[in-house]
Design a protein around this ligand. Structure first.
Ligand code: HOZ
Length: 443
């Protein structure tokens, strides 16, 4: 950990002792957290309470400073507290924090998304990626009159009942089976297949074709570490869903604005019927959306019968933050530079692993990146599970100790922001080499 200027301390009104905070937190919240992955259970070491963030850095309540590759789990593509985002939120707040009516920002943000995402003609704002995927699947079921949904092992689409089957992210991190509390009558409606296995998908369609409402996937998996699609996989899914009148749903909560400006659908040239998004879309505030072809979106209430609603959806502060972030992206067009930098980071990490004889494979897709500690290749969740989890845990702790914050799970992608400089990448690579040596010694 590196010492910071302590500026963040004031933000928590005297609560600067993390041990004491964890004690209080665990007494009043399950695991002491508001979302399981924050507890660092899979990697051990010290989870921390954040006090402030600036650019590529995060500072905890004790004044320790970290170079941040988690970036609030993806949303902060401009880094922490970008001045234009902060100013937009402040300005919006001065006019009122919520109205429960439509606001102009919704129209502008929706139009921007439509312009950037080839498959989106209309959309509905919600408050999270989970809401977006739940709503998209309801819509798919509503318009097809069918019940089954095909998802892929290791893909994570939030914590909706239908998705906690062979899920990635925290579910994979904690090694949980399908969650208790999900009625079997619901989980039985979810069919799974291995990612990147088109033959398996075809077999599912041969068997259940006339009962499948939709195929939902992360077009680039970010919740089992990073797993890009193999050539022809997305195209094959487009074909098979079209042949069987099922909807193809791209969950672009992570890949949106990251795999490319217009998401994975722009990058790979495959247009889904429905798209879900979140994270970058909200500039760090709680925003999600689902959208797609006009033909389907017209079925959403009040235009159509498929019901979906939300008191805080389209919130003016959230719309202002999202719009401000997208305006900066539009003006600065940083996508190629981010992609080059992410690639240099991954290449550098793999090189350091190679030099030390540590098995590793990895990839960067736009501003998302990931490394699996296995010889690879990693094309599926099963491949990802081959990676050395105990080495990752030690490596994570050693990186954190040296001031580099990676997602506290091997089943998460890394992210990059425009605030990460070439010097930050150099420093990270130095830390990574040291952390690998230390992690090996610790074994
Ligand atoms: N939504 C993120 C998916 N990897 C993880 C964040 C969380 O579960 O808190």
């Amino acid at each position: 950990m590196t010492g910071g200027d302590g500026a963040g301390r004031a933000a928590v009104a005297g609560a600067t002792d993390q041990e004491e905070l964890w004690r209080r937190a665990r007494d009043v919240m399950p695991g002491g957290v508001s979302s399981p992955v924050r507890a660092f259970n899979a990697v051990g070491g010290e989870a921390f309470f954040s006090a402030s963030g600036r650019g590529a850095h995060l500072e905890d309540v004790e004044g320790n400073r970290y170079l941040d590759y988690v970036l609030s789990w993806g949303p902060l593509i401009l880094g922490h507290a970008h001045p234009e985002v902060v100013e937009a939120v402040q300005r919006a707040a001065e006019e009122g924090v919520s109205f429960g009516t439509s606001v102009p920002g919704e129209v502008e943000l929706a139009e921007t998304v439509r312009e950037w995402f080839p498959g989106v003609e209309m959309l509905r704002f919600v408050n999270s990626g989970t809401e977006a995927t739940m709503s998209a699947v309801r819509l798919a079921r509503g318009v097809t009159g069918r019940d089954l949904v095909l998802k892929f092992d290791g893909c994570y689409h939030g914590h909706g009942d239908s998705f906690l089957v062979e899920a990635g992210s925290g579910v994979a991190t904690f090694g949980l089976p399908d969650s208790p509390g999900v009625p079997s009558a619901v989980s039985e409606l979810t069919v799974t297949a291995p990612f990147n296995d088109l033959e398996a998908v075809r077999r599912v369609f041969d068997r259940h074709g006339d009962r499948l409402a939709a195929v939902i996937l992360e077009p680039v998996v970010g919740n089992a570490g990073l797993i890009p699609p193999v050539d022809g996989f997305l195209e094959g899914l487009r074909e098979v869903t079209r042949d069987h009148d099922a909807l193809l749903i791209f969950d672009e909560v992570m890949t949106g604005f990251r795999a490319a400006r217009g998401g994975a659908q722009e990058r790979y040239g495959v247009e889904p019927d429905l798209t879900t998004m979140g994270k970058v879309l909200g500039g760090g505030l709680p925003v999600g959306a689902f959208g797609g072809k006009r033909e389907w979106m017209r079925e959403v209430a009040p235009d159509g019968p498929v019901y979906q609603a939300g008191t805080l959806s389209g919130n003016p502060l959230a719309m202002a933050a999202g719009l401000a972030q997208l305006r900066v992206l539009d003006r600065e067009d940083p996508f190629d530079e981010l992609a080059d930098r992410a690639e240099r980071l991954v290449d550098g990490i793999l090189e350091r692993a190679r030099e030390r004889g540590i098995p590793a494979t990895g990839a960067a897709v736009g501003s998302m990146w990931g490394v699996h500690f296995t010889d690879g290749p990693v094309h599926s969740y099963d491949d990802a599970r081959e990676a050395d989890a105990s080495f990752f845990a030690r490596y994570h702790r050693e990186c954190l100790e040296r001031g580099v914050f990676l997602a506290p799970s091997a089943f998460e992608a890394g992210f990059l922001s425009t605030a990460h400089t070439e010097e930050d990448i150099d420093r990270t690579l130095t830390v990574v080499g040291e952390a690998m040596d230390a992690a090996r010694e610790e074994a």
